[in-house]
Design a binder for this molecule. Structure first.
Ligand code: ZN
Length: 136
């Protein structure tokens, strides 16, 4: 999946953005679709969901969001829990997925922590000293 495909599918989300790691676009796609499913389930308008920030931190996806309006019915709390679960799953999956190509990650870069598959790690200038295997 390309950034353009991801944006096309989810630019209807308030504040849409991506962490912009190519290998993770399919994870973000699944996450945003999952969030929309939860909103649908509780008949919550998409506009109530506001994406505050989507980024990479310590080698995984981090997603920050809020409701557009805080004065909400109880259903919103149930929806919040389910959305948190969707986001946690995406975060866990990203930590085990090569940030460049989307293959399962077997290595992690030192310094700026990111998950890599063997092939993508070998393309980096500081391979092998810049990588560690014992991260999972
Ligand atoms: Zn890779």
């Amino acid at each position: 999946m390309t950034y353009e495909e991801l944006a096309q599918r989810h630019s209807d989300i308030n504040g849409f953005e991506s962490a912009e790691w190519e290998g993770w676009y399919h994870i973000e796609d699944k996450m945003f679709s999952g969030i929309k499913s939860v909103l649908d389930k509780y008949s919550i308008p998409l506009q109530q969901f506001v994406l505050e920030q989507e980024k990479e931190k310590f080698g995984e996806l981090r997603t920050y969001w809020c409701w557009f309006c805080d004065d909400n019915p109880d259903d919103y709390n149930k929806a919040r829990q389910e959305i948190s679960a969707v986001i946690d799953n995406a975060s866990t999956e990203s930590a085990k997925t090569c940030c460049y190509c989307g293959e399962p990650a077997t290595l992690q870069s030192r310094g700026w922590i990111l998950p890599y598959c063997q092939a993508c790690a070998e393309e980096q200038e500081d391979y092998p000293t810049g990588f560690t295997t014992n991260f999972m």
